[in-house]
Design a protein around this ligand. Structure first.
Ligand code: 1VU
Length: 336
């Protein structure tokens, strides 16, 4: 990774963007550029719209389910955060969450979220959320909320210098480009068409798009621009953190696989996920996700990530360990 430097939030505008989002305390001010799409995101209308069944009891349904046919971890974390946030006052904002994925989520049934009020203090409140299916926990999650407080202590790393999202292709555009190549194997075509068919409610623009047949080992690092597909809006700023929780698990753990092109994942699943929210942000505006894996071993891998606002303000940090059971690849490549 590039040498880390620190800067105050007011120092950094490293993306080349002229947006005027930041202020000294990182609060969002007027954004001159509205999100590209004005249709409400499915994340608002369904995925992160939980049904309240009773006091501290919620039910969530699914949207996109990965090909593994186990629920997407980001969806479960995002929904758990929605449930927790609904039980605290508007002056409290999630600043961190710590989760364990203890069982695979079943896409055939909804998930129940049971919230326990662990503590309510003057500045902080803590909630413990259990996500339940078939009477058993699939996720346990602690969320801590904090009221906005000023501080003379302020620093952050500097956002990596990367091309702006306007200069990059979306995953779908890249897939169409790859599909137009004449020498494509049938297996590769199938893999690409699966990517197109997946209804992931996010827009992604990789900064360094992978070669279609990834043959060389790369550093376990990647960068991509990401935003919610569709409008989240300003009505409920808490929701942007829930969307970021959803986003933060997407394509995160496979960062640990980038150094091993000769192996493919036989079984890959996140075991735990932690997230810290540093500043306000709009998850329907482009954010840069900087992912790296400092370690892999013992059939597990660790990944760490930073979500940057495009004006260079550090929005959130993430950390995850996952199980990585691999098998050597057969000569014919099958996916990006
Ligand atoms: C990638 C981003 C994501 O969103 S992933 C989704 C979120 N995360 C998850 O769904 C993970 C949820 N957690 C879990 O499913 C469990 O905690 C897991 C990780 C499976 C626990 O692992 P473990 O204690 O090994 O479970 P288990 O004994 O029930 O076995 C599950 C399957 O794994 C196999 N397994 C077990 N040990 C080994 C081993 N040493 N070497 C190879 N395979 C092993 C078991 O045979 C079993 O396989 P199968 O399901 O019977 O095909």
């Amino acid at each position: 990774m590039a040498e880390k430097q620190t800067a105050t939030t007011s120092d950094c505008d490293c993306s080349g963007s002229n947006e005027t989002l930041k202020s000294a305390d990182g609060e969002i001010s007027d954004s001159p550029k509205p999100p590209a799409q004005d249709l409400k995101s499915v994340l608002v209308t369904s995925v992160l719209s939980l049904e309240k069944l009773d006091v501290d009891l919620y039910r969530g349904t699914h949207h996109w389910v990965p090909h593994t046919q186990r629920l997407f971890g980001g969806q479960i974390v995002g929904q758990a955060l929605v449930a927790a946030a609904d039980t605290v006052g508007d002056s409290l904002h999630a600043h961190s969450l710590h989760c364990y994925f203890v069982r695979a989520g079943d896409p055939k049934v909804p998930v129940l979220y049971q919230v326990d009020h662990t503590r309510d203090g003057r500045s902080f409140a803590v909630r413990s959320v259990k996500a339940i299916q078939h009477g058993q926990p699939i996720l346990t999650c602690q969320v801590s909320f904090h009221m906005v407080q000023p501080s003379p202590l302020q620093h952050q790393f500097i956002m990596p210098m990367v091309p702006p999202p306007e200069d990059l292709l979306t995953v779908e555009e890249l897939v169409h480009l790859y599909l137009s190549k004449p020498d494509l194997t049938e297996k590769a075509k199938q893999g690409l068409n699966k990517i197109l068919a997946a209804e992931v409610p996010l827009e992604i623009k990789p900064v360094h798009p992978p070669h279609i047949y990834r043959l060389t080992a790369a550093e376990p690092k990647k960068l991509f621009w990401v935003r919610a597909g569709g409008l989240i809006g300003e009505g409920n700023m808490k929701l942007h953190r829930c969307v970021a929780a959803y986003v933060s698990d997407f394509a995160f753990l496979d960062t640990a696989m980038l150094s091993y092109p000769n192996y493919r994942a036989k079984f890959i699943a996140s075991l735990d996920h932690a997230m810290w929210f540093h500043n306000t942000f709009r998850s329907d505006e482009w954010m840069l996700y900087e992912c790296e894996s400092p370690w892999a071993g013992g059939s597990r891998g660790l990944v760490q990530g930073r979500l940057w606002r495009r004006d260079g303000v550090l929005a959130a940090s993430c950390s995850q360990e996952g199980v990585l059971r691999v098998t050597p690849v057969t000569p014919e490549p099958s996916k990006l």
